[in-house]
Design a protein around this ligand. Structure first.
Ligand code: PEP
Length: 250
């Protein structure tokens, strides 16, 4: 059985005090023995605060991005080894905001995914189509292209120690959630595509849904056969809203 993962992407929000308080409230607000895991992705400067607040609890955490290089002349960037040094267990790669605004091409995302794996981090690979692509009937082609770039770099074996997050861009931060059926259709497409390469890896892979998930819609979404949790933006910024998602599914 795949364990549900409820993961919160704080994006560029918060402060040191907020990071400590929120991480601590989340860490102490869920039961580590349930079949649901929880993780948060704070901004880089607050990783240490979250490490301290979550020490000794089951709350996992990671960064929102990672550089694909190991070290050297990359001013302003952060390597996978540095994230491990800060006790991160995971890292987001290819979030749509980075793909759209910060030069994360499919190839670069694949390099970041591989860098995370080599350092022993669990990459959470974000994929998804824009509204224009969906309306143009290109959803499956876009998802395939995004997956193929990573497959070309790491092969299917790369997905044995990774998590996928299907995030239709039109549903992120818009309040428009994909219906459980719409999301399930794409999750099944993703699992089928990867199953053709390795049925065991694809069967064990967790595929999260992201896009305006809240306490009120989480249970129905996560009840779908191929939806194994959620990547949550807005509703991860207060412990009450984030734990409501946990409580809806635990
Ligand atoms: C996200 O940022 O990955 C996200 C899904 O945001 P929201 O939940 O606010 O739509």
């Amino acid at each position: 059985m795949r364990k549900i993962l409820v993961a919160g992407n704080w994006k560029m929000n918060g402060s040191n005090a907020m990071a400590k308080e929120l991480a601590s409230a989340v860490a102490n607000g869920f039961n580590s023995s349930s079949s649901v895991e929880m993780a948060v992705f704070p901004p880089f400067p607050y990783l240490n605060a979250v490490a301290e607040a979550s020490a000794g609890t089951a709350l996992q955490f990671g960064a929102q991005d990672v550089n694909e290089n190991q070290a050297g002349a990359h001013t302003g960037e952060t390597s996978a080894a540095m994230l491990v040094d800060l006790q991160c267990q995971m890292v987001l790669v290819g979030h749509s905001e980075r793909r759209a605004n910060y030069g994360d091409s499919d190839a670069r995302v694949a390099d970041k995914f591989a860098a995370a794996l080599s350092a022993g981090l669990l990459p959470v690979l974000c994929i998804g189509e824009s509204l224009e692509e969906r309306e143009g009937g290109e959803t499956e082609a876009v998802i395939s292209r995004q997956l193929d770039a990573v497959l070309a770099k790491t092969g299917i074996d790369g997905f044995a120690k990774a998590v996928l997050a299907y995030e239709p861009v039109w549903a992120i931060g818009t309040g428009k959630t994909a219906s459980p059926e719409q999301a399930q259709e794409i999750h099944a497409f993703i699992r089928d595509k990867l199953s053709a390469l390795d049925g065991i890896i694809a069967g064990q892979l967790r595929i999260l849904y992201g896009g305006s998930v809240k306490g009120s819609n989480a249970a129905e979404l996560f009840a779908q056969t191929d939806i194994d949790g959620g990547l949550i933006g807005g509703a991860s910024l207060t412990a009450e809203d984030f734990l409501a998602i946990y409580n809806a599914v635990a």
